[in-house]
Every structure is written in structure tokens, then in C-alpha cells.
Design a protein around this ligand. Sequence first.
Ligand code: PBG
Length: 337
Amino acid sequence: MNRFQVFPALNIGNAHIRPRRLRINKNIRSLVQENKLQKSDLIFPLFISEKGTKRYEIPSLSGIFRIPYDELLTEVEEIQKLGIKAIMLFPVIEGTKKDDYGTEAYNPEGLMQNCIRKIKETFPNMILFVDVALDPYTLHGHDGIIDEKGYVLNDETVEALCKQSLSYAACGVDFVCPSDMMDGRIAAIRTILDKDGYIGTSILAYSAKFASAFYGPFREAIASGARGLDKKTYQLNPANSREAIREAILDIQEGADMVMVKPGLPYLDILSKIKSQSEVPVVIYQVSGEYAMLKCAAQNNLIDEKAAVYESLISMKRAGADLIVTYYAKWLCENLL
Ligand code: PBG
């Protein structure tokens, strides 16, 4: 009798079904691997600052910088050389340009507008996603226009988002990405883009965007007035899932070319559910707080960074992500992919 056979009654030695056969060595494991992480899955978020001439490392996002406008092309070239095909731009604008209505968002000579034109002139193949929301442009930091009680006004905000989208489309952006969670904005933006002849400009809707504590470092990154701001009257309640599915279905019906779930890891159930009902690609955003958590743990030698980052991202692929927005994109290309 085998000295390890403590439960002879199980007769395990005669089992025909042994799933471990497919894990027996590295090459077999690789043959049966169901999901893969590739450079073409990644979208890198890029913070561009209007002021200053030096890169500024964002204290809460170790390894992530605000890039001065003058260094934009150098940075995009570096990203392209790494094999990344898409970037998502975020503006850090001068405080003096902010107002209560976020009008700088649709200034034809604004920071984003200039960035889009400049990148497309030199790197026409780099796919550009640009966030559509007013928070980098408003003094109060909300994503829309507020009334005297601080409530974000839906239809007035949608009008501003349409102007912002049109302005980015005119500069040649590939995807406008409404991240504001107003009702009806996808239909309104699609209508205005088509009316003005921008039928080729796509919309990535931040459909399932939750009111999350994980956006903290981002708000610091864009110097938004929103630090600690409550966005619960428009962003989703983390306790809900059916509401998130409803938002995604509505956005697809209104004409979204892709939909997004945000944040990432805590919302994989939402991703999986939307994926099973969606005919369009589904994107997930590994947000600033998720990046910061992984970085902090790694810097304190609490986890193996390569293994933990890979595991987080492959879990997103497994749950159904077609694309992943991640601050780790460059790092992944340098260290892993
Ligand atoms: C704003 C916007 C936010 C993020 C992307 N677009 C922050 C917010 O809603 O307050 C967060 C991204 C991140 O945390 O990495 N419309």
C-alpha cells in the first residue's frame, strides 16, 4: 500500500479523470491557455500639462508623469516604439482657464485640441481616445454644469459635451469617450457628429462608471477641484449591477461603438455580465487607485509586481475585456510583453 494513501476507500489511484495532466509542464500549459495578454489589448492614459517644461511625477502614481505639451511628440514616439497602439489623453489645464461652465473644453485652440492635431500630424496611426467630461475644466470639479445647490444639470451638460465632442472630432480624434454619466448623451453626441459630417468618429461610452474611491490619485493627477467630491447623483452605486447593465444597453442602443466598465478589478462581475449581452467591444479601465495599490504593495516588497500586475490584467481578459486602459501599459511592454 502506498504510504500516502490515507483514504484507501477513495481508490484515487485508479482515477481516469486527471485535470492535472494539462498542467504537467510549461509547454502544455501554454497550449491550453485560454486567454492571452497582448500589447494590442492596451490603451495608455496620458496626462498632458499646459504649463511647465518639465515632466512632473505624480506623487500618488509612482512612475506616471504629467508630460508638458512641448514634450508631447517625444512621449508619443516612445509609446509607439514600445508597440502600444492607442492612448487616452487627459488635460491638466491652467487654473485661470477654469470656470463654472467648463467652456475651455470646447475652445478650438484648447490643450486637447492642440494635442490631437499635433499627434495626428506626426503619428497618424496612433489611435487617440479623448475623455469627454467637464471636470478638468470646471472650478468645482464636477463633470457637468451645476445649479445653485450643486446638482449637475443633465441637459445643459449634454449640450456642452456635444460641443466638446464636436471640437475634438474636428481635430481628428478617433474616439470621443464620454465619462460623465449624463442621460442621453450618446444619442445627442452621435446625432451632432453625424450632422456635421464626422460619421467616422467613434464613441467609446463610459457606460458603467461607478462612484468609486479608486479615482483619488487621478483627481490629483489632473489637478481637479474634485478631490473628495461626491459624484453619486450621476455615477453608479457600487452596490448595483442591473443598473449598470441597463446603462450599457442604453448606450449601445443610442449608438456607442464600444462600452466601458470602470473601475476594473472590483467590477469584473459587471464586465462579465455586460459582455454576455453586448454586441460591441467592452473596455475596462484599471483606474488610478488600482495602479497605486499595486505599486505601493510592490515597492514595499509585499507582492511580486510582475506576477500581480499580470494576474490582475489577465483576470480582466478572462472576464471578457476586449481592451484595457491601464497606467501599467508602458511598464508592461518594458517588463513583461
Ligand atoms: C472624469 C474621469 C475620472 C477618471 C477618468 N475620467 C475621475 C472622476 O470621475 O472623478 C478616473 C480615472 C482614474 O482614476 O484613473 N470624468
